[in-house]
Design a protein around this ligand. Sequence first.
Ligand code: RVP
Length: 476
Amino acid sequence: MEFKEGLTFDDVLLVPKYSDITSRSQTDLTTKLSRNLSINIPFVSANMDTVTESSMAGAMARAGGIGIIHRFLTIKEQANEVLKVKRSGSVMIENPYSISADKSIEDALDYAEDKEISGLLVVDSNSKLIGIVTERDLLFANKENKIKDVMTKDVITAKLGVTLEESKEILHKHRIEKLPIVDDSGIVKGLITSKDITNNADFPNASKDGKGRPLVGAAVGVKGDFLERSESLLEAGADVLVVDIAHGHSENAISTVKNIKKAFPNCELIAGNIATAQGAEDLIKAGVDAVKVGVGSGSICITRVITGSGVPQLTAVMDCAKIGNDHGIPIISDGGTRTSGDATKALASGASTVMVGSMLGGTDESPGTVLTKNGKRFKVYRGMASLAASIGRKSKETGSMSLDDDLNDYVAEGVEAMVPYKGTVTDILKQLTGGVRSGLSYCGAHTIPQMQENAEFIKMSRAGFAESQPHDVSLM
Ligand code: RVP
């Protein structure tokens, strides 16, 4: 039997090349996420229940990347998370949420909380605008009162076709935050909010769809409801679906890909995870638009410990990227990225994007609360194949929190962990993208494809690795 050598990020360095770059701004991080979808920075937030729901996905898209909403939610909840992203950040929200004047204030509060919005348009049975209620109208009001008792009736509106500049002027002149857009009969056609206008100005690099809405993806499994789930997610506006299975080089994954592509031929579809050239080839033949690579590489993953299987991440990406290149299908390096240096190595070895979990867990935008332990702040970050995540998923499926006996039979391939609280995703991504831009420069490249062409890896010894870390100093 022959042994193949498997290398990962800490085994290699990129050899510095001549560079004509004088400023990081001369580098371009635009890259392909999948066959027909490009993003502006090469980062994707992992479809994990402690990483990506709408808040993370919105922040990722604003920064130029994309987030994949995890699938341990009911179909309705997951589609709602997609909708929330789609409704944030576009200049005009189409089909804004509305309520009828006869509903109670309690109904409005529940609705606004469910949709995570701060106000509702009030319409009659023909969708004609008759008022608006905002947080201020609802706060401290008697919950049994009707909407018509508290709504503002004289609503400032604009006509369809109003420009961004005109909207800003109207919002400013009337000191309002929401501007409903109506047609000649007063029927609601959209909503422009000051928050969305500000977001647009603050995030010029945002990844957007053809309608100017943030890009977002969502994960589906390989069993049970995956076709129904795919349909709801696509209807909600998901730009890309991810078939998510630990062992993606399997009949289960391949038939799921074929079934989704058959039912929704225009759906942009990623599948994974795999770790070999043959795995990539088989998924590509099944019809995927990108392949997600990484078996056992994740920080919370114990697949290699429990099953003995996996491929060190750099070798896995290199092997799969050769096949991806032959077919024009992008590769996503998933798992094991701890630094911008790791991300640069993953991209240089052939990945078009990098999916990250632990680096984004522990931020304001990741689901979960901040915990304090020994005076330090943390957030939970756990594997999707951990016992805790599995209990969470089961409770969604059965609608109860009871722990079935068969959980004792569950063989976890992930661990529950904590990561330090890190502040906002925007700050993390600034460091990550800044590091990758410098990495491009060290490779004498202006773009990611150029870096892939120029890249020369050198294998290092343990001494070389030690020399690469801060050494012989006391860190402050
Ligand atoms: P990391 O960025 O190193 O934290 O890795 C994140 C990746 O780990 C995910 O995108 C996924 O591929 C993998 N993962 C998630 N859960 C588990 C598990 O329970 N084994 N693994």
